[in-house]
Design a protein around this ligand. Structure first.
Ligand code: IMP
Ligand code: MG
Length: 180
């Protein structure tokens, strides 16, 4: 793995390699292939952070599957702003569908909890949540997560779609904020 990197004003240390990440994402795809055999789930990917996780996971699915995107945002710098903004809403009919929500990371749980009522209101036939990363120690708004690639400590991470003030999403591996 490569060394410490600097993004804006902060230093980050390597945390999860791209091989470790890809293996976990493949494992998750395999589970979904089994659990949804004979079905045609609709994935709802939450932008921006989930775009790389969603694309990678989607490539490894062998079942029939559809995907759509919505955009929610609550982060400013390395702390949750506490306010969730819907920048792009749901434009697909989800009534009677098997829905799997794709999130890059569940931190406080606020973003996902704000979005869930919109989904339930449209009465999907089933709803599951798949996350790339889960920080259980940061939970403020509990949510039932069905699939998780990695459970991580409550420290800010960067890469594989996750940013620090707009940068770092293109890093193929995951980095963790270096403590001063
Ligand atoms: P929550 O609403 O607090 O659960 O935050 C969820 C959103 O905050 C995620 O979709 C990410 O976009 C962002 N986020 C949370 N933790 C991190 C992190 O460690 N690095 C980068 N973005 C994060
Ligand atoms: Mg996000």
């Amino acid at each position: 793995m490569s060394d410490t990197i600097t993004v804006h004003d902060k230093c980050f240390i390597p945390y999860l390699s791209s091989n470790e990440i890809v293996e976990k994402v493949k494992e998750l795809a395999e589970k979904i292939n089994v659990d949804y055999e004979g079905k045609r789930p609709l994935f709802i990917s939450i932008l921006n952070g989930s775009f790389i996780f969603s694309a990678d996971l989607f490539k490894y699915l062998k079942i029939e599957a559809e995907i759509c995107f919505i955009k929610l945002a609550s982060y400013k710098g390395t702390k949750s702003s506490g306010q969730v903004i819907t920048a792009i809403g749901l434009d697909t009919d989800i009534h009677g569908r098997d829905i799997i929500i794709l999130e890059d990371i569940i931190d406080t749980g606020k973003t996902i909890n704000q979005f869930l009522p919109q989904v339930y209101n449209q009465q999907p036939s089933s709803l599951k949540i798949a996350v790339f990363l889960h920080k259980p120690d940061a939970t403020v708004f509990p949510v039932k997560i069905d699939y998780t690639c990695f459970t991580i400590p409550d420290k800010f991470v960067l890469g594989y779609g996750l940013d620090y003030n707009g940068l770092g999403r293109n890093l193929p591996q995951l980095y963790q904020l270096k403590e001063d």
